[in-house]
Design a binder for this molecule. Sequence first.
Ligand code: GDP
Ligand code: IMO
Ligand code: MG
Length: 431
Amino acid sequence: MPAVVVVGAQWGDEGKGKVVDIFAEHADVIARYQGGNNAGHTLVVGGEKTVLHLVPSGVLHPGKVCVIGNGVVVDPAVLIEEIERLQHRGYLLDDQLLKISDRAHLIMPYHRAIDLARERLRGEDRIGTTGRGIGPTYEDKMARIGIRFADLLDESSFHDLLRNTLAEKNAYIRALLQEEPFAFDAIHEQYSRYRERLAKYVTDVSVYLAQALSKGQRLLLEGGQGTMLDVDHGTYPFVTSSNTVASAACTGVGIPPGRISCVVGIVKAYTTRVGSGPFPTELHDATGEKLRQDGDEFGATTGRPRRCGWFDAVVVRHAVRINGIQGLALTKIDVLTGIDPIRICVAYEYNGQRYEHFPASMQVLRNAQPVYEEHPGWNEPLTSARTIEDLPRNARRYIQRLEELTETPMYLISVGANRNETILLRNPFHS
Ligand code: GDP
Ligand code: IMO
Ligand code: MG
């Protein structure tokens, strides 16, 4: 009854979608445990690209069950569109293959409006959110005024909850954000249509997973975002509004910690970040631009150019410790072809002090100078490599050095976006 967690070990977009798609072959059930449609997970199978925002990345494997956990915040319009796009291509035709937690919270139109208006008012200090209403929805969950699928399904509860919440939201939207209030009837009617469309998928996910695990089924848990965007352990306040780390997988789907058998951390062979906030190894030069172009580093959700920089071992050690990462999946090593030398950050320096652990202070982070090691590069394209031995010697040395610095073995090395452009070293369901 193994349960494997796949977690981003940097600032998101590490390639979780690709890795989950590969591990899903060995799983029966694949579940998202937090985040919402701020996530964009890309899968390329047989040259065909699929970008998923809410449906777990196991969906392209026929017969696997996809679960959206209670820890996820769901924009029903986005989910319906995603389901329809997948059904059009022949996936999810059996309604039993998708389950949505009755405890998952709904993103409402006022959440999106508040997210966008706040960012506009913050100006230069904006977080650079995806504008999908993620933060305001989690705020309402914690303030105990959120609306869950269980509430949507009960017509009279939904009516009353929406009426009460909307009064408060409209007062805030009018007075503080100086924007137009929302009409009750329009939202009520729109969400009643969502109820009709989605009710058949709604279930008690914790009960379902407990039964699946006790039958010996294998569970793959897919995180959104990454460790450095975690609201507690990331670069606060430049983070998302949920716990993204592996321990959140338990609360996010309702399984006990003892069920987790393995945690795999996904890392890019370099580092990227979308949105504002500290990024000690960021490159503002031609090498940064080369990484962006060769790595096609443009957001899968918003299309924004991603900020690019060197691999940061301080960040990944932080992620290994907090998540209990047993193995790493290294992606996009092919993008480093032609870069020489390649640098790895091993520590930071600030004010005469050396930092081996990721600091909490914004002041330190903004001024931290990375301490770099240099490694010789290679010019060979890596995309056709299918075993470690197929890689040039300097690429193998670089990978080995990342394993040493993070004290973590590689379970998988990805050499291209396609499913088959992969070197699988260890199956996490067997560890
Ligand atoms: P996620 O949010 O962690 O699932 O990652 P994204 O899908 O947002 O971003 C990763 C991008 O890198 C996607 O466009 C993937 O298709 C692509 N990708 C994943 N692995 C590799 C790889 O090994 N090499 C290359 N060149 N691209 C990759
Ligand atoms: P995946 O799952 C990269 C970033 C946003 C912003 C901050 C807060 O594809 O790795 P939010 O809309 O969540 O309130 O924005 O978090 N962010 C991501 N960056 N990948 C993601 O998801 C992200 N989801 C949110 O850019 O800086
Ligand atoms: Mg992404």
